[in-house]
Design a protein around this ligand. Structure first.
Ligand code: SF4
Ligand code: SF4
Length: 597
């Protein structure tokens, strides 16, 4: 199983009744796999994509308040969005087991930050489990539900990219019966607590944490009890898996005491005491921040990220861990293999991607504009010079308004054209659009609507009208929603039809200059979404003729990867293996050198 499938298996096996998520790498496959396991096992469950992480967490939490086991899943930056209910749920506590899965991305490979969700767990005062392998992740789902129910607290499971995307042989276990019935017991002093009761709830939470810090089930594991060294290595998550292998490979298994921490917060208090009294030196290996290290209160004995011994940013690779362990255990520095840097070209939008056409049109309609953008595959519009800022989900709209207000102060006006994906618009773009209308921000918002959440694996959006399990749902009307926000100019166009789409954008830009916010919905299906294959127009056979003079406008301003400059012929040719036959380049070439064969 893939790590994410193993986590999903654990969720279904544990009798979880409600599973919610918002997609985000490295966690995206978890909910789809839950839906698949649920179907296979015939388990009674509600499985849904939330419109964003906050909504997903709140839906699942209500199920927990009703006595059901529930899970909300997201990536680490998604937890920022869900942080409000997450913090509060810790105080209120839970009834049915409640698991929040926040997948971290040390590196980072596909995230804006490499923040450590364990710090968020500490901030919220929520226990967190840190698996080293897919099998452990599956096991910890069950442990997490037990922990949650025994102490009445939400529990975080924090896998990292290397756990989510690793493969391991795992035997499915029997599925616990999904036979609990919702039974919400009214208790306003708890569930709707006013500040005076929150103080009491905080006291209770702190008392629970003290008990969790001695709960035997999640105590650190001593993996080589036969060793009598005065030096110890304490590791968690993937760093523990790497350290275990490296100690063995370097012949250092008996040279240092080795502990795996499965619950980095709250760190077990007897473990802290035993470690600080039983060892002269302690090396802590963990990703990404020194969460365990900061709970070990002896800055002279403890070496880790805070002491400067272990790199503070990036993944802890096996090579880095080998170097650290070799030095720590007194072994001569090990020769570590060095790998040549991977070659290849920079990431780019797919051939035929409608977003490329939209960006090209935006540059034509507002060539001197400011282009705030957002989180999604369309961030790659920066290659086309059509993305100037990327901050976080939904920020394209609010930043566009912010740029407008900043220039307005000096009596200046700039064309500001923001881009946001359809899923991101539903996730966090609606409140800033309302704000832009209310504040009369003269901006153009282009909603890049490919009817899917493309970057994370083509999950449905609220406008798709399909559930996480593939069942039909009510499709939300995007145009109606935009108009309901108060936007007076809302038009839809096909970005791959440049001769019509560029004038539409110019109209929107002109409207925004004098009237107020304008929205253009650039609608065309994602070309790699299997579900929408029949909606993509048939392929066109396109060729570059002898009229091409090699000006490179198409390769540099449009940058379709199927357009390749042939140095020997001094002109562009089409790579038929990658060309999707969209035909948009026909309208891009200023010399009309591209046409249908
Ligand atoms: S195909 Fe057209 S745009 Fe591309 S290099 Fe040739 S002349 Fe220039
Ligand atoms: S038709 Fe032109 S723009 Fe479309 S994929 Fe092929 S080369 Fe690229």
């Amino acid at each position: 199983m893939l790590g994410n499938e193993a986590i999903a298996r654990g969720i279904v096996e544990s009798g979880c009744s409600v599973a919610t998520a918002y997609p985000g790498t490295p966690a995206s496959e978890i909910l789809s796999a839950v839906a698949a396991w649920q179907k296979e096992e015939g388990a009674t469950m509600h499985v849904q994509w939330g419109v964003n992480e906050k909504v997903a967490l709140e839906v699942a939490y209500a199920a927990s308040q009703s006595g059901l086991r529930a899970m909300a899943c997201m990536k680490q930056v998604g937890l920022n969005v869900a942080s409000d209910p997450f913090m509060s749920a810790a105080y209120l506590g839970v009834k049915g087991g409640f698991l929040v899965i926040s997948a971290d991305d040390p590196g980072p490979h596909s995230s804006q930050t490499e923040q450590d969700s364990r710090l968020m767990a500490m901030l919220a005062r929520v226990p967190v489990l840190d698996p080293a392998t897919p099998a452990e992740a599956r096991e910890m789902v069950g442990t997490g539900f037990r922990l949650s129910e025994e102490f009445g607290v939400p529990v975080m499971l924090r896998p990292t990219t290397r756990v989510c995307h690793a493969n391991q042989d795992i035997e499915p276990l029997p599925v616990l019966p999904h036979d609990r019935r919702a039974a919400f017991e009214k208790d306003p002093r708890r569930w709707a607590a006013t500040p005076v009761f929150r103080h009491q709830l905080h006291l209770e939470l702190e008392a629970k944490l003290k008990e969790i810090a001695v709960w035997p089930v999640t105590a650190p594991r001593r993996l080589n009890p036969e060793t009598s060294s005065r030096k110890a290595v304490v590791a968690a998550g993937v760093a523990a898996a790497h350290a275990r292998e490296v100690l063995d490979d370097l012949g250092l298994w008996g040279a240092v005491a080795f502990y795996q921490v499965v619950q980095p917060y709250p760190l077990h208090t007897p473990f802290i005491d035993g470690l600080l009294t039983g060892f002269d030196e302690i090396l802590v290996l963990e990703e990404t921040t020194g969460v365990i290290e900061m709970q070990l209160r002896d800055r002279y004995k403890v070496h880790g990220k805070l002491s400067g011994t272990v790199p503070e940013v990036g993944e802890l690779s096996p090579e880095t861990i080998a170097r650290l362990l070799a030095g720590y255990a007194g072994s001569p520095e090990q020769e570590t293999a060095s790998f040549p840097a991977a070659g290849g070209r920079r990431p780019t939008l797919c051939p035929g991607c409608p977003h490329r056409s939209a960006f090209y049109a935006i540059k034509k309609a507002a060539p001197k504009g400011i282009y705030p953008s957002d989180i999604g595959c369309y961030t790659l519009g920066l290659n086309l010079g059509a993305v100037d800022t990327v901050l976080c989900m939904g920020a394209a709209v609010s930043q566009a308004a912010g740029f407008y207000q900043a220039y307005r102060l000096a009596g200046e006006a700039r064309d500001i054209v923001a881009t946001i994906g359809d899923s991101t618009f539903f996730h966090a773009g609606i409140p800033p659009l309302i704000d832009a209308v209310a504040q009369d921000a003269r901006i153009v918002l282009v909603i890049l609507d490919n009817s899917t959440t493309a970057m994370t694996g083509n999950q449905p959006t609220p406008a798709t009208g399909i559930s996480a399990c593939g069942e039909p749902l009510t499709a939300v009307d995007m145009e109606g929603l935009v108009r309901a926000c108060g936007v007076k100019f809302c038009r839809t166009g096909n970005p791959r039809e440049l001769p019509a789409f560029v004038p539409l954008l110019k109209e929107a830009v002109a409207f925004a200059r004098t009237e107020g916010p304008a929205v253009v919905i650039a609608r065309h299906p994602c070309v790699v979404d299997r579900r929408q294959r029949e909606n993509v127009p048939p392929r066109r056979k396109v060729e570059v003729t002898e009229r091409c003079n090699g000006c490179r406008h198409c390769t540099e301003s449009f940058e379709c990867p199927a357009l390749v400059f042939d140095e020997t012929r001094g002109r562009v040719v089409i790579d038929v293996m990658t060309c999707s036959g969209c035909g948009v380049c026909i309208d891009v070439c200023p010399r009309l050198a591209i046409g249908e064969a």
